[in-house]
Write a protein that binds this ligand. Structure first.
Ligand code: 5GP
Ligand code: MN
Ligand code: MN
Length: 317
């Protein structure tokens, strides 16, 4: 990792007239938080910019982060610099960035192939928010309460609440400093974890009930049928916690969650320990980390999708 990149990135930011901060498709807390930490920094320093996501369907439980309501799905007419956050591949931007626009690629996916003009990529970090934190610190930039809240949220969520293997002493050091800067851990945890809809608890039992086990229970599959979402009024995002629950079973080593989104099937896969689930998932054009990966399949047939993914997992074991 070259620390000069952080300075170079700041130089480019200061030279630019209008900056587009890009969060990844199906955005999560890490991507949104990293973007909003930068957005607050830019706003406070009168740097013209927009935070963009290709969809307007954002995780609303992040609405407590300052400037969340400013995120847009409309590309500005003019911008002369792009910054992607938490995008493991250029496809994750969700649109074709014009080739004459310089791109600062800030990310922590090991699959990241340095697609940017400047690349600040460190796959040893728990979250992209940790790397954005380094961007502030290495450049001597003041972290306000708003940026601290954003960065703490990204670290907390993407480290699976400080539990993944890549969550190390540096992660805790950063979290500690962010709390000093005004991030409030219990406020953030309550905002993320204590505002679920009733519909979520109507749909989760259906999702859990779809559990199928393979390979002596080592491999688990669950799904969300579109009908169940209609019946309960739940958002497809409400089903995601079921995957965590399945992973908590002692026998399960790999778990896969399948659901229909926009006439395709979104696949989320998780694994324990040394098992690299990003390997079979990358066969379908997806990617991610050793223990968490995802892809999209061009079908709406959940049974067919299950068979395809199961076959690949069994073959890459
Ligand atoms: P999730 O299952 O939570 O959507 O994603 C798990 C991990 O895999 C995340 O780190 C995410 O960035 C990555 N991921 C999910 N979907 C895709 C995808 O379609 N392509 C790539 N390259 N990575 C993905
Ligand atoms: Mn992400
Ligand atoms: Mn991330």
């Amino acid at each position: 990792l070259d620390f000069a990149n952080y300075k170079e990135a700041l130089d480019l930011i200061e030279k630019s007239r209008y900056i587009l901060i890009i969060t990844h498709v199906n955005p999560d807390a890490d991507s949104i938080s990293s973007a909003l930490a930068l957005s607050n920094l830019f706003f406070e320093n009168r740097i013209k910019h927009k935070v963009f996501n290709v969809s307007s369907d954002l995780p609303q439980n992040l609405d407590f982060i300052n400037r969340f309501d400013k995120i847009t799905d409309q590309l500005p007419k003019f911008y002369d610099l792009a910054i992607s956050v938490d995008c493991g591949t250029i496809k994750r931007l969700g649109f074709e960035l014009p080739s004459d626009i310089p791109l600062i690629n800030i990310d922590h996916h090991k699959s990241n192939d340095d697609f940017g003009t400047i690349n600040i990529v460190d796959s040893n970090r728990s979250s992209t928010a940790e790397i954005v934190y380094d961007f502030f610190k290495f450049n001597g930039l003041y972290i306000t309460k708003h940026s601290a809240t954003a960065l703490y949220t990204g670290i907390y969520d993407d480290s699976l609440r400080f539990s993944i293997a890549r969550c190390d002493e540096m992660t805790f050091e950063k979290a500690n400093f962010l709390v000093k800067c005004g991030a409030n851990p219990s406020f953030i945890a309550n905002k993320l974890l204590r505002r679920d809809s009733l519909a979520k608890y109507r749909v989760i039992p259906k999702v859990l009930n779809s559990l199928e086990l393979f390979d002596e229970g080592k491999i688990a599959f669950i799904k969300a049928e579109p009908l169940w979402l209609k019946q309960t009024g739940a958002h497809v995002r409400d089903c995601e916690d079921a995957l965590d629950m399945i992973m908590s079973m002692a026998i399960v080593k790999i778990a896969v969650f399948l659901r229909v989104v926009n006439n395709e099937i979104r696949v989320s896969a998780r694994s324990k320990g040394e098992i690299d689930v990003s390997k079979p998932i990358s066969k379908f054009g997806g990617g991610g980390h050793t223990n968490a990966a995802g892809c999209t399949l061009e079908t709406t047939n959940l049974e067919e999708a299950k068979n395809m993914v199961l076959k690949e997992i069994l073959e890459t074991r």
